[in-house]
Design a protein around this ligand. Structure first.
Ligand SMILES: Cc1ncc(COP(=O)(O)O)c(C=O)c1O
Length: 412
């Protein structure tokens, strides 16, 4: 139980009510059980978090190997000029030649870009529309910024694609300030079509809303799909469009905490720069590493893409052959929401770590309830990140198949 936070007579220091409202990450909350299993000598396969085993490009690692700057000081608040220039080149390479370095704010991971964007477009109590299941940390950043996240439900029956314009417009209230999408989507793996993005742009225009597009998995689309970036429409809604980006997944740089927030809206940029000045700078070493992105060979990007495609195929083919498992074919990113024949996925995921062993191995996956903004949703679903090699994924599928049978018997 929490102490009584409203008891102003108490002499003890009190934490804020909003601190108690930040949800525990469903990706990390089972970690103590995984740690305990590992202490027992059990091998735990991690499909619970998007921290890939793909190698970082050598041209980037060489920056660390050759490092000779001393001291390691601050960098500029907007971002290191070389890194900004590299990002501009990258966006131009995608065809968006209207982006200048002045439109790019460097952030401490895509995570900070999300938080800054919510802070920039909402006053406390305002609402942001998004689509459920959603990237779980949107929930955390909404609480941190005093924003109410309203989740519009998408379903595995339609591959988690967007509902009709009518459904989305009905969810808009006088408190709604923005629509937030993740494309390609974590956790569903959905890649929105040009028509879907066009529809959101039209709604943003008509209702006077910001449109925030988290595109950290831009490169990962499968089966010949092309990614339709919000950049495509940015000049049409220059004051409303904000793209959120990250280096973490594109170059396997999760530990280099870098992302960008990109917009043509100068008011947003200057406000965000003020926040960036308040937190001084992003990492000098991190930006020096990431600035090498223009030297990453095309072959690296191609091979990584092929590897994720293989992993997706192995996971999808394996899981859909298990009775009772519902898995739409992931279209992009490296995640999928999977319906399981269990009543309480939270309990199942925990049981995998505390009780289930096969040849002294088990698998860690994330219960999906935390990937919804609406309480009560996703109870029989899990989110799986296909971030391990194909042999490991094949083994994980076998583990899940055995585990589901054993868990079913246990509950019967
Ligand atoms: C959809 C999405 N957005 C943003 C992020 C933030 O990543 P980072 O802070 O590592 O750049 C993640 C990380 O998993 C993500 O999946």
């Amino acid at each position: 139980m929490f102490p009584d936070y409203n008891n102003h007579m108490s002499s003890s220091a009190r934490i804020s009510r909003r601190l108690t409202q930040v949800p525990a990450s469903p990706i990390r909350k089972l970690v103590p059980f995984a740690v305990a299993a590992k202490k027992e000598g059990v091998h735990v396969y991690h499909l619970n978090i998007g921290d890939p085993d793909i190698k970082t490009p050598d041209v980037m690692l060489n920056v660390l190997r050759d490092w000779d700057k001393n001291p390691i000081g601050y960098d500029q608040s907007q971002g290191n000029p070389e890194f900004l220039e590299a990002m501009r080149t990258y966006y131009h390479g995608l065809g968006f030649t209207f982006i200048g370095t002045k439109n790019i704010q460097v952030t401490n991971g895509g995570s900070e870009a999300i938080s800054m964007a919510l802070f920039a477009v909402c006053n406390p109590g305002d609402e942001v529309l998004t689509f459920e299941p959603l990237y779980t940390n949107y929930n955390s950043y909404a609480v941190v910024n005093g924003v109410t996240l309203k989740g519009i439900l998408t379903s595995s029956d339609t591959g988690f694609h967007l509902p009709t314009r009518d459904v989305i417009e009905k969810a808009v209230t006088d408190k709604t300030r923005a629509i937030l999408i993740c494309n390609p989507n974590n956790p569903t793996g959905t890649v929105y079509t040009a028509e879907e993005i066009r529809m959101l742009v039209d709604i943003a225009k008509e209702k006077g809303l910001f449109l925030l597009s988290d595109e950290v998995y831009r490169e990962y689309t499968y089966d010949g799909r092309t990614h339709v970036s919000l950049f495509t429409f940015m000049q049409e809604i220059p004051d409303k469009a904000i793209v959120l980006d990250s280096m973490s997944k594109r170059y396997s740089l999760c530990g280099v905490r870098l992302g960008t927030l990109v917009t043509l809206n100068e008011e947003v940029l200057s406000g965000i720069l003020a926040i960036a000045q308040g937190r001084l700078s992003s990492g000098l070493v991190d930006q020096a590493i990431a600035a090498k992105l223009t030297d990453v060979p095309d072959s690296y990007m191609r091979e990584v893409h092929e590897e994720y495609t293989r992993r997706r195929d192995v996971l999808y083919d394996g899981l859909r052959s298990i009775p009772g498992v519902v898995i739409p074919k992931p279209e992009g990113a490296f995640y999928t929401i999977v319906g399981l024949p269990v009543a309480d996925a939270d309990d199942f995921c925990k049981w995998l770590l505390t009780d289930f062993r096969d040849n002294n191995e088990t698998v860690m996956i994330a219960p999906a309830a935390g990937f919804y903004a609406t309480a009560g949703r996703g109870k029989n679903e899990v989110r799986i990140a296909y971030v391990l090699n194909t042999a490991a994924i094949t083994r994980c599928v076998a583990l899940l198949k055995t585990a589901l049978t054993e868990y079913g018997k246990r509950k019967a």
